[in-house]
Design a protein around this ligand. Sequence first.
Ligand SMILES: NC(=O)C1=CN([C@@H]2O[C@H](COP(=O)(O)OP(=O)(O)OC[C@H]3O[C@@H](n4cnc5c(N)ncnc54)[C@H](OP(=O)(O)O)[C@@H]3O)[C@@H](O)[C@H]2O)C=CC1
Ligand SMILES: O=C(CO)COP(=O)(O)O
Length: 360
Amino acid sequence: MKSIGMIGGGAWGTAIGKILAEKGHQVQIWAYEQELVDSINTRQENNLYLPGVSLPANLTADRDIRAVAQDKDFVIFSTPSLYLLPAVRQIVTVPNIAEGHTPLGVLTKGFVHTQRGPRLILETMEDYLPGFYKGNLVYISGPSHAEEVARGKLTGLISASQNPKNSIRFRELLNSETLMVFSSLDVIGVQISAAVKNVVAIAFGIMDAMKEFSGTVGDNTESLLLAAGLNEIQTIARAMGSTHPETFTSIAGVGDLDVTCRSIHGRNRRFGREIVLKHILEPFSSIDDLLSNLQELGYLPEGAVAVANVKELAERLNLKLPISSGVFRILNKENTPMDEARGILASLTGARLDFHVDFP
Ligand SMILES: NC(=O)C1=CN([C@@H]2O[C@H](COP(=O)(O)OP(=O)(O)OC[C@H]3O[C@@H](n4cnc5c(N)ncnc54)[C@H](OP(=O)(O)O)[C@@H]3O)[C@@H](O)[C@H]2O)C=CC1
Ligand SMILES: O=C(CO)COP(=O)(O)O
C-alpha cells in the first residue's frame, strides 16, 4: 500500500485517485474549494466535477496543499495549467519534496506562460523544484476522459519520462484492470500532443456545429481537419525537440486528438460548438478578456489557454499553423468563426470556398 497525494480535485485528479484507491492505496486529494473537500469526505462524491461517481473511503480530500504533499510515496499534479505553478511553489519546501524523496507525476495538459514566454510543463516545474527532479519528472497523458476512466471504461495512457525507471514506476502504480499504461521517453512529443490537441478540438467543435447546418461540411471534412491537426501537432513538436515520431501515431498523439475532437465529454469540442451555437464569445472583447474571465464559461477548455501560447511559439519558431492561428483569431475577435472555418478549409484543400451556413 502506497500513500499518494493528488494535487488537484477536478474530474481528472478524482478519476485517477479513484483508480489508485481501488488498488488499495491511500489517496489524499488537494481540493481548492471547501465544498468539494466536504463532498468527498462526507458523501464520497466529487459533486462539482465528477457527480454520480461513488468514491472509495480510502480516498479523502484536504484544503491544505502542503499536508497533501507531505510524507507521500508519490505526488501527482492534476490541476489545470493555469494553477499548476502556484501549486508547485507551495509544496517545494515540503521535506520529502525538498529532499527529492517523492517521485512526481503530472496529468495537466497545456503550457505554462512565463516571463520567458510559453514553456513546456515539465521544464518549467524543473526550474522550481530541487535539482534531483531534473530529468526525473513523469508526464502522463493519453485519450482519457475522466467520466469514462472513473466508470471503468477500458483506457490506455502513456507514462513519459527522460528517466525510464520513473516512467515504469508510474506505469506500475497506475496500471489496473481497466487502465493500461505504456512507457515513453519522448517527454516533449507527449506534452506537445497533449497541449495542442485541445486547440485542434476547438476548431473541430466549430466545424462540428457547422456540419449540422451546412451542405459543404460533413464527416469527411472533419477528418480532413483531424489529419491536418495531427500534422500541426507534429510540426510544432518536432520544432520543439520531440524525439520519437511514433509518439504521433500512438495513443498520446492521434489517440488523444481523436477522443478530444469526437467525444461528447470533450470540453474543448463543446467550447468550439458553443462558439457557433450559443455565441458564448459574445461577452468577451478579446482573448485576454476571455482568459481573465474564463470562470464565466462554467467549464475549462484548456485549448483556449493553450492557443495564445501556440501562437507565440509559432511566431518564435517561424511555423505555419493554420488551425491554431484560425482559432486564435476567432477567440481574439479578429474574425468570425464562419470566415475562419472557410479559411482553414481552403488552406487545407487548396479549394476556393464560398460556402455559407445559415444558423437557426
Ligand atoms: N477531465 C478530463 O477528462 C481530463 C483532464 N485532463 C487535464 O487535467 C487538468 C485538470 O482538468 P480537470 O480535472 O478536468 O479540471 P476540472 O475542470 O474538472 O476542475 C477544475 C479544477 O480547477 C481547480 N481550480 C479552480 N480554480 C482554482 C484556483 N484559483 N486555484 C487552484 N485550483 C483551482 C479546481 O479546484 P478544486 O480542486 O477545489 O475543485 C479543480 O481542481 C487539465 O489540464 C486537463 O486538460 C487530462 C485528461 C483528462
Ligand atoms: O484530455 C482530455 C481527454 O484525453 C480531455 O479533453 P477535454 O478537456 O477537451 O474534455
